[in-house]
Design a protein around this ligand. Sequence first.
Ligand code: SF4
Length: 256
Amino acid sequence: MAQSPQMLEKSISSKALEEISGGRLEALPAAEVLEWAIKTFHPGIALSASFGGPEGMVVLDMMHRLNPHSRVFVLDTGRLPQATYDLIDRVRDRYDKDVEIVFPEPPAVEKMVRDHGANLFYESIERRQLCCQVRKVEPLNRKLADLEAWVTGLRRDQAVTRTQTAKVELDRAHGGIVKVNPLADWTDEEVWTYVREHGVPTNRLHTQHYPSVGCDPCSRAIKPGEDPRAGRWWWERPETKECGIHVGEEEGGSGI
Ligand code: SF4
């Protein structure tokens, strides 16, 4: 088992720390936030993209324009829909990019499925969180342990759990690495405008009323007028709908 990232303390330069705490970055547009981040941390910085939302694809495109060697990784939970695997292949071809695939630990998946069955996530919030822990959180922690900074496509208006998202912040839940959320203040409309204007590839399930695509058994299409997050873990209340990847200190720092 990889060492817990909470036990690792990253040495972020004092200059970078000053820039982060100074607040200047919060006022910058997304491309300039990314330019600063890549200049400061590459190759120790990578985008975490689910390939299941347009935001990650927008950030991937922006990072590629700034540096064709910019890095991206995806957590392959083993339960992703075919459309997501197809998009990963399209991105590899379109950008000539090595998409870094991160898998869960096979023994942990085997034990979980033996103990609780393959569809444990429908049984309770605890079982769903266990599945996310094994298939997403542990692999992410392992990946982040080798990075100084990571980039996400989080936006503040995506969910009640994301309203405090800063554009650049210290991620103490992951050993104090830097977390960059360049689209924090973007709207859904701005994201899709960028996609159209730059011909960014996106997940084809978006055209079938999936605003957000996660694992196949935990994602569904939404009806007109439904909240965009209604198609993820639809059997749970909105405030529990995180996989543990994006958890801040105010939420206990118990995951991501
Ligand atoms: S989203 Fe569903 S299938 Fe994927 S890791 Fe979480 S509980 Fe498991």
